[in-house]
Ligand binder design. Structure first.
Ligand code: GLU
Length: 469
């Protein structure tokens, strides 16, 4: 039997990092089993779905390494409405489901509680279909439903505790629980790997598989992802959109490596490993079932390591969207014609060792491409101490007289200028750095001045000097 797995997102918002992780887990499992990965867009909630979210899912999957054309689908749940209704009808005709006209208030009035669940009032009333009548599944009174779960063993649910749940609404439209099962059946899904939050649905869904006469899939409910307060990652509170990480300059390889480490570790004492190792070693059975902490700081550190490991030409190419701007990445503060690839290439190796996400390239190199540096006023105040005007005068004169405009000569020159005033190099550098780059921190100063060139450096030093008068 060929293994068939599916990833079944609902296109109701940005693509959640937890979703990306489930997608990758399905992807790896399919690959390991020589199986098929199916993408199904669960778009039946017409009020919340938007086509652009579907496009977002496809491109986010592509970014993370699940490329269009390398999987089956996308299928759209809304195209299978006929199958969903037919299954509901079959369950009704076989007596496994019945119509119910109770309102929520009716049930509450009878049970005296809003939490009691449905009390089975219409089970044997023999109601036929009709406007406003929901179709409910008749859950068995006895026995238990044992879910075979690769991560959780065999969670067992007593059938008598499962209420007769609704499978089609009063207007005849099947609910998620049923549509999801029918689609998995129609698509021949053998393993359902999905988020833990669906575990409470699973016994109900497995009862539907049984009632429809098809062997249920093997399940794997992957642990929920939480923030540092152990709260489930939420759209409103946490940064959860994969696209946001991509646009900030996380590398796809770093991201997917990190996502796979949530609740799992490769062999040996290592965390940063090539994707091929993950594909080989990852085992759903080894995933820790407890909540996994999504540690943004650690992800950032990971990304920095991935950035440093890039060949410099790849680093230069990877920075391009932040240097030019795209439809999702904000344009840099310089005009397109001000950008020059040659000086960028000259400082790129220095920047590569210093940034953790690619968007940080912009403040590190903007001094090269802006006509005037963006002066950070707090940095200016901090760096321009008493004596800075005289120091700048001396530096301007000494730099102007330099025969060779190179980092070494610039450094020894400023060292000498500082020493004459009893200043260590670090102190002497600060006013020069702010005058030229606008900031107190940045790439190594003398290499930066070398690349910026004599004329532009001196112009900026003189402008700063004027401001100090
Ligand atoms: N559409 C569901 C969701 O996005 C997926 C359900 C499933 O994987 O079975 O949560």
């Amino acid at each position: 039997m060929t293994v068939r797995v599916r990833f079944a997102p609902s296109p109701t918002g940005m693509f959640h990092v937890g979703g990306a992780r489930s997608a990758l887990q399905n992807w790896i499992f399919a690959k390991q089993q020589g199986g098929v990965f199916v993408l199904r867009i669960e778009d039946t909630d017409a009020a919340r779905n938007k086509p652009e979210w579907t496009e977002g899912i496809l491109s986010a999957l592509e970014w993370i390494g699940i490329a269009r054309g390398s999987y089956e689908g996308p299928y759209f749940q809304s195209s299978y409405a006929g199958e969903h209704r037919a299954a509901a009808q079959r369950l009704y005709e076989s007596g496994r489901a019945y119509y119910c006209d109770c309102t929520r208030e009716d049930v509450q009035a009878r049970t005296g509680s809003q939490y009691a669940g449905y009390d089975g009032y219409c089970r044997d009333r023999g109601l036929g279909p009709g406007e406003g009548r929901a179709l409910r599944f008749r859950t068995p009174d006895e026995g238990e439903t044992v879910v075979v779960d690769l991560i959780r063993g065999e969670p067992t649910f007593e059938n008598k505790l499962i209420e007769d749940f609704v499978i089609a609404r009063g207007d005849g439209s099947p609910v998620f629980l049923l549509a999801n099962v029918v689609d998995d059946m129609t698509m021949g899904i053998t393993h359902v790997i999905r988020a833990e939050e669906h575990l409470p649905n699973t016994p109900k869904q497995q009862l539907l598989w049984d009632a429809l006469g098809v062997k249920p899939p093997v399940w794997a409910h992957v642990p929920v992802v939480v923030n540092e307060k152990r709260q489930k990652l939420s759209k409103r509170r946490d940064k959860v959109a994969l696209e946001a990480y991509r646009d900030e300059g996380y590398l796809a390889d770093a991201m997917r490596n990190y996502l796979m480490l949530l609740g799992w570790a490769p062999s040996g004492d290592r965390e940063i490993v090539p994707w091929s190792v993950i594909e080989e070693e990852y085992r759903l059975e080894d995933v820790n079932p407890s909540p996994a902490f999504f540690d943004e700081k650690k992800l950032r550190a990971f990304n920095g390591e991935y950035i440093r490991a890039l060949p410099v030409e790849e680093f230069i190419a990877a920075c391009e969207p932040w240097l030019t701007g795209t439809d999702t990445i904000a344009p840099p503060p310089w005009q397109p014609e001000e950008f020059d690839p040659a000086p960028f290439a000259a400082v790129a190796p220095l920047a590569q060792t210093r940034i953790a996400v690619l968007s940080e390239i912009v403040p590190n190199v903007d001094f090269l491409f802006l006509a005037d540096p963006l002066i950070d006023e707090a940095a200016w105040t901090k760096a321009m101490k008493e004596g800075s005007a005289e120091l700048l005068d001396a530096a301007i004169a000494a730099f102007d007289a330099l025969e060779s405009w190179d980092a070494e000569s610039l450094k020894s020159t400023l060292e000498a200028v500082g020493a004459e005033r009893g200043l260590k190099l670090g102190k002497a550098q600060a006013p020069v750095r702010v005058a030229v780059t606008g900031r107190t921190v940045g790439l190594p100063l003398f290499e930066s001045l070398q690349v910026l060139g004599r004329e532009r450096t001196l112009t900026r030093l003189r402008a700063a000097r004027v401001r100090l008068v």
